[in-house]
Design a protein around this ligand. Structure first.
Ligand SMILES: Cc1cc2nc3c(=O)[nH]c(=O)nc-3n(C[C@H](O)[C@H](O)[C@H](O)COP(=O)(O)O)c2cc1C
Length: 171
């Protein structure tokens, strides 16, 4: 079975997850491992990943997913806001809208990914200006919670996730 792992990562979180998935599949035939650089990759299974940009995957990943037909696809992502399966489901549902029903979707995996420190500074300034805004405090808490992710557990979970997919997919 030919596997392509394709991902978009700006600050390295999604790349870390992609590397773990690759390591977990080291006995398989990985024919492509890279950020999206070309279409027409001839693989049986596409493992596609993206960081979350304003509630969905990046444009390049969405465009890549849109052109896939009659393929097996597994999707992984990282997101700054984490901890809730419900949130991850919402994110994936948005990604899924871009995948043709001719494909077989084998599953998805998300974990939290740290955000740039500039975002924290912005929260601090906003809290100074609006000290009564409880949502801002929650955002700051979430930012700090994200700082250690993806952690070893996340990466282990990603490895187990893709192993299960390979097992269940009957490859
Ligand atoms: C411009 C921008 C928009 C973002 N939008 C979201 C978002 O809508 N939801 C979310 O959970 N995280 C959001 N994030 C956080 C990133 O998805 C998260 O930190 C991710 O792990 C970054 O992955 P990377 O290191 O692979 O680039 C955003 C980050 C940036 C810089």
């Amino acid at each position: 079975m030919k596997i392509a792992i394709i991902y978009a990562s700006v600050t390295g979180n999604t790349k870390m997850v992609a590397e773990s998935i690759k390591e977990s599949l080291k006995k398989e035939n990985i024919i492509y491992f890279d950020p999206v650089t070309k279409d027409n990759i001839d693989a049986d299974l596409f493992v596609v990943g993206s960081w979350t940009n304003r509630g969905t995957a990046t444009n390049e990943i969405i465009n890549f997913l849109k052109q896939l037909e009659n393929k097996k696809i597994a999707f992984f992502g990282t997101a700054g806001y984490g901890g809730s399966e419900e949130y991850y489901q919402t994110l994936f549902n948005r990604v899924k809208e871009n995948i043709s029903s001719s494909n077989l979707l084998l599953g998805y995996f998300y974990c939290q990914g740290k955000m740039p420190l500039g975002v924290r500074e912005r929260y601090i300034n906003m809290i100074k200006a609006n000290p009564a805004d409880a949502n801002l405090l929650v955002s700051l808490e979430n930012f700090d919670e994200a700082l250690t992710h993806p952690d070893d557990k996340d990466l282990e979970n990603a490895k187990n996730w893709i192993k299960e997919i390979i097992k269940k997919g009957g490859f």
